[in-house]
Design a protein around this ligand. Sequence first.
Ligand SMILES: [Zn+2]
Length: 211
Amino acid sequence: MAPRAGFEVRGQKALGLPPVFTGIPTRDKVVFLTIDDGAEKDPTFLSMMKELNIPYTAFLTDDEIKDDYGYFRTAQRLGAPLANHTLHHRYLPALSYAEQKREICGMQDIMAKQYGKRPTLLRPPYGNYNQDTLKAAKSCGITYVPIWESEAFIGKMDYRDDWNVHAGDIILTHFRGRSEWNGTMRDMMRSLIKYLNARGFAIARLQDYLP
Ligand SMILES: [Zn+2]
């Protein structure tokens, strides 16, 4: 898996640091869904995703999930891989190496304790990182740093590059509800599915496309 051009850090290759990418090259008409943070814990959302058999990866921040680790245990049992989104959702490039390591590796420990597995995927908060981020991530077992190409809201998409969706794009959305959105997570999913269907895209498992 090559890092996306323009998203490498100094010495990336020589140091064997995990690649940062916003999509995975493929000819299949698929995209990958990732859901971040973890504030909203709507049980009906989990049943909807199970019923429709829609794969997604959850990138979790301890501050947002520690009031109910069990919700994501259910998500995991229903098939969603859980990944690292740090302890406190800080802007990592402003932190020292030691502080970044605590943010990333500390979350690895919590994930191992709560969910029985140390994640191999990290998403740095806001998609911001530097060389220390990737060094710290590597030191505690992270192999990939997927960020995103576009972001899904209710009835609206935000794009990184152009006003379009492409094969292999990683799509970001959030565990958010009515307090931040004009609707529920189910409303967001309905809106995203409609958008993707209209363009002939399906949602595939990110892990199936990683080398
Ligand atoms: Zn986040």
